[in-house]
Design a protein around this ligand. Sequence first.
Ligand SMILES: *Cc1c(COP(=O)(O)O)cnc(C)c1O
Length: 420
Amino acid sequence: MRDETKCLHSGYSPKDTEPGALPIVQSTTYVYDSTEEMGSVFDEPTKSLIYSRFANPTVMAVERKIADLEGGIGAMCTSSGQAATLISLLNLCKSGDSFISTSQIYGGSVNLFAVTLKKLGIECVFVSSDASADEINAAFKPNTKAVFGETVANSALTVLDIEKFADIAHSHHVPLIIDNTFPTPILCKPIEFGADIIVHSTSKYMDGHALQVGGVIVDSGGFDWSAGDFPGITEPDMSYRGIRYTDVYGKSAYIVKARMQLMRDFGVYPSANSAFLLNLGLETLAIRMERYCDNAMKVAKYLIGAPKIERVIYPGLETDKYYPLARKYLKGASGVIALVMKGGKDSAVRFLDSLKLASNETHVADIRTCVLHPATTTHRQLTEEQLKAADLDPGLIRLSVGLEHVDDIIEDIEQALDAL
Ligand SMILES: *Cc1c(COP(=O)(O)O)cnc(C)c1O
């Protein structure tokens, strides 16, 4: 099936007289006739359902759909994008381990990696997404367990050279984890370029309607865990009768471990109702992404010629530094544009306050056009140095172009610029 078809048909295939729309299985529990049968599910939890802290039929249908869209063999939804990022790494790293991440990533991820994981004894070594192969190689240590990067960085809009990072990670026998939130699998499938694990904040384009926070981890099934040093996956898990995930679950070892061990213990699973809403967003994802790209391209071209704007960053523009990488990896540059106002922070704030149609909100990839000033909001916790490392100018505005008529979006920007 093609993506448009997967959006509508993957994950749930109703049989004779079953509901045509994905049903919401709003239940914490699943009943068994026999105690013995129920006991056997505790031995083999992937066989059936036990409890909605780590598996639910509505959520599982969405997991299959997203895995299908990304070209992975399995997926696990989480209650937020942050939870997906956290679990994707805790599934590989324990206290005393380290991993490498590009610095051009979501501000919340920077904080998680540099502050909170550090407190847990897991060290993150940051490298620029523009780093040379030598610089990336130099960041590896004997205890490095993963490399992490973002396809299109929120909010710097740098594009990652996925193939390069995958090749280097693999030469050190560690997986590449990619946050693919901005492109979604409609615009980029990082697994095709060598990525091993994909994470998303589904709160963005996937949900698409600004209705619920969520995340997902997708496993490509392609990484050879036994070739690296991953005892948590290849050695016996005493919390599951001493099974070895690679022996019992083969290519699905990583994603099964994430569910059976970490979701069981941390319990960051989404509700069935949230998954139902996420599924509605996914059904129109392919068609929405196309329009986001079209609208954003028109807005970016308008902004380039507009007065009072110093710089426009949109990897879809031929003049953009990341245009060559965008051409290689993306079918479209998605709907997010960054612009730097002449006059820095002050004129940025006045411009934002003059917009009438676009809303000023802590969100991105909304169905409605929205704007945000990262330096005073989402990236507020970062130091000047971290802001610089993340390529974020204090006068930078993140403009998330929505699905309104593009002329209305441009007219709104025009009147706000006139008001300056
Ligand atoms: C929003 C976002 C996150 C965090 O997701 P939440 O759903 O808000 O927890 C992670 N990565 C990227 C790229 C994001 O845009």
